[in-house]
Write a protein that binds this ligand. Sequence first.
Ligand code: R5P
Length: 280
Amino acid sequence: MKIIGGSASGMLAGELARVLDADLVETEFRRFPDGEGYARILGDLNDERVLLVQTTLPDPNIVELFLWQDAVNDFDIESLITLTPYFGYSRQDKAFESGEAVSARAIAERIELFTDEVVVVDIHNSKALEYFEKPVTHLTAAPAFARYLDGKVDIVLSPDEGRVEMANGVSEILGTDTDYLEKIRHDATTVEIKTKSLDVTGKRVAIVDDIISTGGTLGLAAKQLKEEGVESIIALCTHGLFIGDAMDKLYNCAEVISTDTVESEHSKISVAQEIADAIG
Ligand code: R5P
């Protein structure tokens, strides 16, 4: 297998090459003064199975992905797997008002035009996957979280009902307890948030989520857990976007960790093993 790493996903592409014992293809990518991209593959891809890795955030990286797909398809390849570790634009999976663009459809349909298969990790809204007609593999970072957390926590929590499956997946591997934070609305302006059933006093807790964007969700969860008397909090997300002052909101967390689907100084966990196991 030959691997092409786009400029948003060099770290993960390198790790995949190592785990899969595959060749990372030499490439050249640069931008013209007006911001347009130039992509060139320097190796030979003829007769090869190719894995293209590029996160689709921010928008210029989407265009870069299309340039790589175009360049790859000029070779006589065996097949192309396009891995978008973070698939942006999954939120809007339908038109709520007439005339709205369905952004999940717009991106999915264009990505699959020039590929044989697609791989995504912890897509924010799995309904977006319905817009792919070609085979799509949807992976979770839960086993990677478990590798990192082994021996470090007593409880794995979801910050809301939305990520219960992810928290359960991690806790099952670790053999720990699991729970989620429940929102209780008392009236139009008062919302209480608390752990659904477990007593977390004195416990070492991990909170897991698919995304940290503004940090609001995990920041609020961590604040509540502190009030409930936890010993320590590790916050983990698959996709660390860390918009604006997100990190400031996470001051109650001893550690804030993300995977390498979106690369940053917090990318301490790799999902390369999960991807390799799926596409090997
Ligand atoms: C919600 O459905 C998601 O799982 C995340 O909790 C949310 O997108 C995180 O966003 P933020 O960091 O802005 O609260």
